[in-house]
Design a protein around this ligand. Structure first.
Ligand SMILES: [Zn+2]
Length: 286
């Protein structure tokens, strides 16, 4: 487990495993000869996508960002996403970090796709679906909750109502309308494109550069450095590009550590401008 300790916060990068999908998914319109040099696919043209879920200790709270794939629908994740968990599930990794589900104070969901909201709920011993983090308040954008509960032909394969409707019914889900300060150091910023209600998380403390949990705006580091590289999953690709442009400027101005939600090779890095004027992500080495 990767851990980043700073005077202002501690970050544990928890994994809920790795999924495998056709390279055309994350790379969209990018020709295969270009992306396959960077991330060689397997014999079936599949590439790995990590499921990173940052756990933060900040402002005296335990905060979890996103909830992996969960365990309510193992058949779908086994047969469609080829989910592997060599290092255990998110819940097991949480235990390794020394934290119980009951200790989590805040859960921020960047969006409600099935690979980000799975562990938000689970079945109790009676088979009832309940919030996994019994004492937590959950946060998502109202726009995203609306879109997830009104899916269309393109989005219904990834919005599983059992992951989020029970949160709303239990009264633990706060629906945000735009930017919001969740704790003194932690705020969310709408970053539309992957879906219209997508949000990213920013931690700003006086002692060091910010931490940016960018979510699926740029699932791999390459997506942030290459403005035109947009996944095939993005519902509004031109919006992704516009959002990315403003995020690139913000990153160059503030030099945050950035967490890439699905990157197996560069889970954390910084955006830099090279001598030739190109953008690049430099992996965080510790
Ligand atoms: Zn995702």
């Amino acid at each position: 487990m990767q851990t980043l300790t700073t005077p202002g916060y501690t970050l544990h990068l928890l994994s809920d495993g790795i999924t495998w999908g056709d390279g055309a998914g994350p790379f969209g319109l990018v020709p295969r000869p270009r992306w396959s040099k960077l991330l060689p696919p397997d014999a079936e043209n599949r590439v790995p996508m990590a499921l990173w879920n940052p756990l933060l200790r900040v402002d005296g709270k335990w905060v979890l960002i996103d909830c992996g794939a969960g365990d309510k629908d193992p058949a779908t994740f086994a047969t469609q996403y080829f989910l592997q968990r060599p290092d255990g599930s998110l819940i097991e990794q949480l235990a390794t970090a020394g934290v119980t589900p009951e200790q989590i104070d805040i859960v921020v969901l960047t969006h409600l796709h099935g690979d980000h909201s799975g562990w938000a709920t689970r079945r109790d011993t009676n088979g009832r679906i309940v919030p996994t983090f019994a004492n937590a308040r959950y946060y998502v954008q109202r726009q995203e909750y609306h879109d997830a509960t009104h899916p269309n032909e393109r989005t219904r394969n990834t919005y599983f109502a059992d992951n989020f409707v029970p949160l709303f019914e239990a009264g633990v889900l706060t629906l945000l309308e735009g930017p919001a300060q969740i704790t003194p150091s932690l705020r969310v910023e709408p970053t539309p494109g992957h879906c219209m209600g997508h949000q990213s998380v920013i931690i700003e403390t006086p002692e060091q550069p910010p931490l940016l949990l960018i979510g699926d705006l740029t699932p791999y580091a390459w997506h942030l450095a290459r403005t035109a590289w947009v996944t095939a999953y993005d519902v509004f690709p031109m919006t992704t590009i516009e959002t990315k442009r403003s995020m690139q400027s913000w990153c160059l101005a503030h030099n945050p550590v950035i967490v890439f939600a699905h990157d197996t090779l560069t889970p954390m890095g910084r955006l830099v401008k090279t001598d030739k004027g190109f953008l690049d992500v430099v992996a965080l080495t510790r």
